[in-house]
Design a protein around this ligand. Structure first.
Ligand SMILES: O=C[C@H](O)[C@H](O)COP(=O)(O)O
Length: 153
């Protein structure tokens, strides 16, 4: 079964978001892409977009989210306010791998003002290929993160 992925951006990340969204829609591993904005030309501050996307993931409406702002940092900080969400910026191949395989993060954030477009596209392609294994040595560490949630589950 294909992945359902939420995409979102602020005004600083919307150009990459539109391109990455098209890449995701063309990828056979993706069943559905949910775009929470912004639309090109629209200006909504990144925390609102990040939390809307993260809530969809936390509610089980989507498997993952890809969020783009100027640096990726504000999107990650904001998304992590939603209980159960693990989000981080990752701008290199190894970090993207470990974000899923070590940290079971559901949200990848990218910075349009930091990395080139072709690297961003490559990283998103790679990101789709990773699946966390709860039986791996990283499993208990992620369980430990979850144990600090206000409502551990
Ligand atoms: O993390 C924040 C993002 O980079 C955002 O796109 C830009 O935020 P700023 O306008 O506050 O620098």
């Amino acid at each position: 079964m294909g992945l359902t992925i939420v995409v979102g951006a602020d005004i600083a990340g919307v150009n990459y978001k539109e391109i990455l969204k098209a890449d995701l829609e063309a990828d056979a591993r993706v069943a559905e892409v949910i775009d929470v904005g912004v639309r090109p030309g629209e200006d909504i501050d990144y925390p609102h977009v990040a939390v809307e996307a993260a809530r969809k993931v936390a509610a089980g409406e989507a498997d993952r989210a890809l969020l783009v702002c100027g640096t990726g940092m504000g999107m990650a900080i904001s998304a992590n306010k939603v209980p159960g969400i693990r989000a981080s910026v990752a701008h290199d191949s190894f970090s993207v791998e470990r974000l899923v395989l070590s940290n079971d993060a559901q949200i990848l954030t990218l910075g349009e003002r930091v990395i080139g477009l072709q690297l961003a596209r490559r990283l998103v392609r790679e990101w789709l290929g990773y699946t966390f294994d709860p039986e791996s040595p990283s499993g208990p560490k992620v369980a430990a993160i979850r144990s600090y949630e206000p409502d551990p589950h």
